[in-house]
Design a protein around this ligand. Structure first.
Ligand SMILES: *[C@@H]1O[C@H](CO)[C@@H](O)[C@H](O)[C@H]1NC(C)=O
Ligand SMILES: *[C@@H]1O[C@H](CO)[C@@H](O)[C@H](O)[C@H]1NC(C)=O
Ligand SMILES: *[C@@H]1O[C@H](CO)[C@@H](O)[C@H](O)[C@H]1NC(C)=O
Ligand SMILES: *[C@@H]1O[C@H](CO)[C@@H](O)[C@H](O)[C@H]1NC(C)=O
Ligand SMILES: *[C@@H]1O[C@H](CO)[C@@H](O)[C@H](O)[C@H]1NC(C)=O
Ligand SMILES: *[C@@H]1O[C@H](CO)[C@@H](O)[C@H](O)[C@H]1NC(C)=O
Ligand SMILES: *[C@@H]1O[C@H](CO)[C@@H](O)[C@H](O)[C@H]1NC(C)=O
Ligand SMILES: *[C@@H]1O[C@H](CO)[C@@H](O)[C@H](O)[C@H]1NC(C)=O
Length: 438
């Protein structure tokens, strides 16, 4: 069966690859990007003072633990003499500098990480020390920026007084690719709103996310049910991976406890941990269940459950983006925060949801009974509302900015009186046949 299951997995990968969100251009957040801004504050003759800021201008994607790991490549023999608000992971080879006073970092391609919260004040700068975590624009616009300052030497290239920018910027977060630096008008600052000072030069780098660059396999899947049907449509088989494929590691747990053999990551770890998922036919770390719960005269009620199948990750500040035509008449949401994304002005059929602080903003690992739930009330809009043809189910679901695998519409729960329409799709038939054997 191995070649067939490989083929099936490949088929799902292709389905994800051709989906519109995979090209780096995101129709739900067309201007979304993370901008790195490099402000030359002072030219001291032989060294420069620079402030580096990282701004997350994305509507719903955030940067979670282990945070950003910013790196670049110096063009010459620059070294970082000092840094505050962040630190280089490696000092590197500083043996060419004699004496006690060694630079902070002599690497040709330094990697910079944010400091932990609670760092002593004398090492802090404004907007620093958040472990590299950035909120999204919708969730918390006051927490979208990280900053640090550094002092580095002028490269010893003869006959040039120009400020030199490094190249090859990277955020160290899977899925992002960054542009070359480009010069922009100098940043301006004011303390009293009356007088403005400006920096010597400002350069920007824009970094854009692509789900396909991040990982060729999806990270979440959707299952569906409705009060009017006995059918519970599970996540498609092999949504994220297939049990039995090489590299498809999963854990069977009879009890609800985290298997003791797993090594849990340290809280201050700076590396992304590979998911360790509970064995399931979908093999996704996250499952979203959409249940059409009730119908009233003027309203209908949907229950949404997010379940964490990953044993080694608590999802902090998780978020969910849903697209459904009736979300324009969202009337009430219980126990989640929400905000319409309203990207196309009038048509607000896309809504972002996230947890309530200290209540359910942390989606715990499965071992800790990991799920969060909400119910929402939607007004039945005249002319568009119907339970027919699977209309009551979401069009697109994203968890933490990644698109989730949906069941095929042919399998959606149907109203009891509507005739059963057999699937005409060859591919679904094939998946079904395979699913019997796998
Ligand atoms: C990056 O985001 C900013 C703020 O939304 C926007 O003004 C800018 O055009 C974006 N840049 C790119 C390259 O998309
Ligand atoms: C440069 O980046 C800053 C901070 O993100 C942003 O405010 C500014 O609009 C950017 N400038 C250009 C021309 O992209
Ligand atoms: C460190 O750099 C010096 C030259 O600056 C070089 O001679 C030496 O071999 C390097 N040491 C290591 C361990 O790479
Ligand atoms: C210095 O900058 C100017 C203007 O940007 C440019 O024309 C010139 O080529 C630069 N010189 C060097 C040596 O990079
Ligand atoms: C930047 O990356 C490119 C491609 O990886 C490489 O060819 C180039 O040498 C790098 N530049 C520097 C200054 O390291
Ligand atoms: C998990 O259990 C299923 C069914 O009991 C079995 O087929 C599968 O091989 C098990 N997987 C692992 C990794 O133990
Ligand atoms: C998740 O959070 C719970 C409760 O705070 C904690 O006991 C557990 O160790 C955490 N797990 C991971 C993988 O961080
Ligand atoms: C969607 O937009 C309509 C009209 O612009 C507005 O009346 C409605 O309150 C909005 N819905 C939500 C959930 O914000």
């Amino acid at each position: 069966m191995a070649p067939l299951s490989t083929f099936l997995f490949f088929f799902f990968v292709v389905v994800v690859f051709v989906s519109p969100l995979s090209y780096g251009y995101d129709p739900l957040d067309p201007n979304g990007n993370i901008t790195i801004t490099w402000d030359f504050l002072a030219d001291n003759g032989d060294t420069y003072d620079v402030r580096v800021s990282i701004h997350n201008w994305q509507l719903y994607r955030h940067v979670e633990k282990p945070g950003w790991r910013l790196s670049w490549a110096w063009r010459g023999d620059e070294v970082v003499w000092s840094m505050s608000g962040a630190e280089a992971t490696e000092q590197g080879n500083c043996s060419r500098f004699k004496g006690q006073n060694k630079p902070h970092c002599c690497e040709k391609q330094p990697t910079i990480i944010d400091l932990m919260p609670g760092t002593p004040y004398n090492k802090q700068v404004l907007n620093c020390c958040k472990q590299g975590i950035l909120s999204s624009l919708t969730q918390d616009p006051l927490q979208i920026t990280s900053m640090f300052q550094m002092n580095f030497n002028r490269p010893s290239v003869p006959n040039t007084n120009n400020l030199t920018m490094p190249t090859n910027f990277s955020l160290g977060i899977p899925g992002y690719s960054c542009s070359d630096p480009f010069q922009v008008p100098p940043s301006k600052f004011t303390t009293d709103g009356r007088r403005w000072t400006q920096v010597l030069e400002t350069w920007n780098v824009t970094c854009i996310y692509s789900q396909f660059l991040s990982s060729s396999a999806p990270k979440c899947c959707v299952s569906l049910s409705a009060f009017y049907s006995d059918t519970i449509v599970p996540c498609p088989k092999c949504s994220c991976n297939c049990q039995g494929l090489p590299g498809a590691y999963c854990v069977n747990s009879s009890s609800d406890k985290t298997p003791s053999l797993l090594k849990l990551p340290q809280d201050d770890s700076t590396q992304e941990t590979q998911p360790v998922v509970r064995c399931s036919q979908h093999m996704c770390p996250i499952r979203i269940h959409w249940h059409v719960k009730q119908s009233y005269t003027k309203y209908w009620r949907v229950k949404i459950t997010i379940t964490n199948y990953n044993f080694v990750k608590n999802y902090s500040q998780w978020n969910l983006v849903l697209l459904h035509p009736n979300l324009q008449s969202l009337t009430q949401v219980f126990s989640f925060n929400y905000h319409p994304l309203g990207i196309f002005g009038e048509i607000n059929d896309t809504v972002m949801f996230w947890g309530i602080k200290y209540y359910n903003d942390m989606l715990l690992t499965h071992g800790e009974n990991g799920n969060v739930q909400t119910e929402m009330l939607l007004h039945k809009d005249d002319g568009i509302f119907t339970f027919n043809g699977g209309w009551g189910f979401p069009r697109t679901v994203l968890f933490n900015g990644d698109e989730c695998v949906m069941p095929s519409p042919d399998n959606y729960p149907t109203l009891p009186n509507s005739a059963y329409v057999p699937s005409s799709s060859f591919w679904l038939f094939l998946s079904f046949i395979l699913s019997i054997f796998l």
